[in-house]
Design a protein around this ligand. Structure first.
Ligand code: ARG
Ligand code: ZN
Length: 471
């Protein structure tokens, strides 16, 4: 049960202090949100993750402050969210599966709250008027646990031998900070992480230690800022012993780091990152963020993740093509984000196709040849079993359906519209949807506009059939 009665609806229109029957409030006041104050929804209606994200507000900024104690692996944290109500809210939800909460404040005043599964339901003292900004501060402490899923693996706060790393696709952000945890709601971020002086802290964006107090009692605070909008699942913090390299690529900082025990495997991380960013900026257009880089650590998650501006690589993920893939996601997945998880092929298909293109342009097999090899899979075989454009929640990272057939879909589109239009499409798609979110329909519309062709049948055959498309 959700607790306590919510506060009386507050009528915010100037001077209205008495409670007036809602029907009597003229709708002309809609600009400041007249009408009943009702709860925000517990999800955004994503069919794969019904509880991911929340309705009724829009986050503008997350300020995540953490203190990490390696001996106990405990976190003591305060996350402050700046958001805007999109309706009159009597209460609202955050997604949070992290450690014990000691306090929740809304607009600087204590708010009541209840935890219900992954939902943190917050009831402020006063309703939050539509269109108005508000802040939520959540204070919590304890040992965070990652989100483990049978089909999708492990994501969120991951303990390492000498620290911790947070990386969170698709819904692990809630393991370490309260969030509107859906890719549709991007926000800027600051991370202020306090850790023992002997450890290095990295995060998304750029270091910015202005206004941060100096070391105390053997602990030091490091601040990082991501000043471009970012989906919560792309938020990243890495704490531990790291060998750090700093340089620039295309005039922007390139900051890479690896666990010293991975020096041999990742010795090329820095130079390969620079090389990939240079090539991708030529093919996809201007790099969308203000710095780049990468972080390699022993995570035991068996994947790499395109955490915004600075991907994370598990041991075993050091291949040049993996780096090309994660950095291609900076354009496709991070800057151009998803409105719905079922369109995950838009992320993985384009990032995988970047690998095919990279090989084609660096003395490897042509994309056509790579395509042809996969196309040999017999009709009726498991390779064609899922729908690339709607693989189901558990199939969202299916290698064949999403990564390979996603890239094949991109290649089929290229063949249909020709190279010139195709490369214009890649750049236009990235430019027009920079720092935004998209659907497959948006891609279809743009491809049809640029090519002047009807592409419904091609999209249907490659994305919405569990069958081998005709040649
Ligand atoms: N997006 C990652 C990539 O670039 C894969 C993430 C896999 N995540 C997971 N929970 N299995 O390939
Ligand atoms: Zn990927």
């Amino acid at each position: 049960m959700l607790r306590r009665s919510s506060p009386w609806p507050r009528l915010v229109a100037a001077g209205l202090t008495a409670v007036i029957p809602l029907a009597a409030v003229p709708s002309a006041r809609a600009s400041t949100g007249s009408g009943a104050y009702t709860p925000g929804s517990a999800g955004l209606g994503d069919p794969y993750f019904p509880l991911a994200g929340n309705g009724g507000y829009d986050v503008a900024h997350y300020a995540v402050r953490l203190r990490f104690t390696p001996e106990t692996r405990r976190l003591s944290a305060t996350t402050t969210i700046t958001a805007r109500a999109t309706k009159n809210l009597s209460r609202f939800d955050l997604d949070f599966s992290g450690p014990a909460i000691s306090e929740v404040e809304v607009n600087g005043r204590r708010a009541s709250y209840v935890r219900k599964g992954q939902e943190l339901v917050v009831t402020p003292r006063r309703g939050l008027p539509s269109g108005k900004k508000f802040t939520v501060m959540v204070t919590y402490a304890g040992r965070p646990k990652p989100i483990k899923d049978r089909a999708l693996g492990v994501a969120g706060w991951i303990d390492t031998e000498d620290g911790a790393v947070a990386l969170a696709e698709p819904d692990g952000a809630r393991s370490w900070f309260p969030a509107n945890d859906h890719p549709r709601d991007k926000a800027t971020f600051t991370f202020e992480v306090t850790a023992p002086e002997g450890l290095t802290v990295l995060a998304n964006g750029e270091p910015d230690n202005s206004g941060v107090a100096g070391p105390r009692d053997g602990y030091r605070t490091s601040k990082w800022t991501m000043r471009h909008p970012m989906a919560p699942y792309l938020a990243m913090v890495a704490i531990g012993k790291f060998t750090v390299s700093r340089g620039t690529v295309g005039g922007k900082p390139n900051i890479t780091a690896y666990d010293p025990s991975l020096a041999k495997e990742f010795k090329r991380l820095h130079s390969t990152t620079a090389k990939a960013i240079r090539w991708e900026s030529k093919v996809f257009g201007d790099y969308p963020f203000s710095s780049t880089g990468g972080i390699a650590d022993r995570l035991d998650v068996d994947y790499a993740l395109e955490t915004q501006g600075r991907p994370v690589y598990d041991t075993g993920m050091s291949d040049e093509l993996v780096i090309v893939h994660e950095l291609a996601h900076q354009w496709f997945g991070d800057s151009v984000g998803l409105r719905s998880w079922k369109d995950i092929w838009l992320n993985e298909g384009f990032a995988s196709y970047a690998e095919w293109l990279y090989q084609e342009q660096h003395g490897g097999p042509s994309a056509e040849r790579t395509f042809a090899e996969h196309y040999r899979h017999r009709a009726g075989s498991d390779f064609w079993k899922l729908k690339t454009g709607d693989p189901g929640r558990d199939g969202m990272f299916d290698w064949n359906a999403i990564y390979v057939r996603g890239a094949m879909t991109v290649h089929a589109l290229r063949k249909e519209i020709g190279d010139k239009t195709f490369f214009t499409l890649l750049r236009t798609w990235a430019r027009q949807n920079r720092h935004s979110t998209v659907t497959t329909k948006d891609l279809l519309a743009l491809a049809e506009r640029l090519s002047g062709r009807d592409l419904d049948d091609l999209f249907d055959a490659w994305l919405y059939r569990a069958a081998k498309p005709k040649p």
